[in-house]
Design a binder for this molecule. Structure first.
Ligand SMILES: [Zn+2]
Length: 284
């Protein structure tokens, strides 16, 4: 039996009730997807067993998805992780991890490894950049990265930047079921491929479509983050069974969440969850 726990359902803007990360449990193995603000507290709340946390998958390099990466690397070790930790993500992931370990926190790491021998020797971290369509495997699961569109249509971002701005969603196959996690995206061919026939699709959704009343929000919904005007249609057309909406705008009032639920339910006939931190969803 596999399940996901949405430990973070917010974004970059501060919301004390919403962090940004997700935990997949497949048998005994724990796979952390993204390490945004509060990830380690989310793992503690979810009662993760750090001895079984051996993998982190990163969707993209916005700080609300990687900001607490070192906290997770170090604290899981201090709290019981002994196996090597494999961190995989889009091109640039290895450079970020290596920079954290060898340039930014190298003194902290040496101090804790050699100055506090009670923790045992340092449990190593291996980072890898993975390519689109290249399968990554774990215990009883396989995942493939699909390319998402997250700001790629914004005319103000230079072409040279966009070449190295690569954003992934992950499509997991496990025990005959499919779990798809979009990361951050708007509607695009990669998202359609990711979501096709998924048993559970966790999809970003910033706000209700009825609230897209300013040029700023209309541009955001078109280029940066999917909103209530599209998410139900995407899930319906892709044959998704259970749609879980996450990455919600900060401090979303109950009336916004109610409007979102109503409009998405008009477009989507499957099971609909609007996530909150701590929500656990079984996959099959
Ligand atoms: Zn992002």
């Amino acid at each position: 039996m596999a399940s996901i726990t949405l430990m973070g359902t917010g974004g970059p803007r501060l919301d004390a009730r919403r962090a940004t990360s997700l935990l997949l449990r497949s048998g005994a193995e724990e796979v952390l997807i993204d390490t945004g603000r509060g990830a380690i507290h989310g793992l503690a709340e979810a009662k993760a067993d750090f001895r079984n946390l051996t993998r982190i998958l990163i969707t993209h390099h916005h700080f609300d998805h990687i900001g607490d990466l070192y906290d997770v690397i170090l604290t899981t070790w201090l709290e019981g992780r002994r196996a090597p930790l494999l961190i995989q993500g889009p091109p640039g992931t290895k450079r970020i991890v290596d920079g954290l370990l060898t340039q930014i926190y190298d003194r902290d790491l040496t101090w804790r490894s050699l100055g506090e021998p009670a923790h045992g020797g340092w449990s190593p971290v291996v980072a890898e950049d993975i390519g689109l369509g290249e399968p990554v495997t774990g215990q009883g699961w396989e995942a493939v990265a699909h390319e998402m569109s997250h700001g790629h249509g914004l005319p103000t971002l230079p072409a040279a930047f966009l070449k190295r701005w690569i954003c992934y969603g992950y499509r997991f196959s496990l025990g005959g079921k499919v779990f798809a996690f979009s990361g951050d995206t708007v509607d695009c061919p990669g998202l359609r491929g990711l979501a096709a026939g998924a048993d559970v699709l966790a999809l970003c959704c910033w706000t209700a479509g009825s609230l897209l009343t300013t040029d700023h929000l209309k541009k955001l919904a078109r280029h940066t983050l999917a909103c209530g005007d599209t998410v139900g249609k995407i899930a319906q057309e892709c044959g998704v069974k259970h749609l879980v909406l996450t990455h919600l705008r900060p401090n979303a009032p109950p009336e916004m969440l109610a409007a979102l639920r109503e409009e998405v339910a008009r477009d989507f006939s499957g099971t609909l969850s609007i996530a909150h931190d701590g929500l656990c969803v079984e996959i099959g």
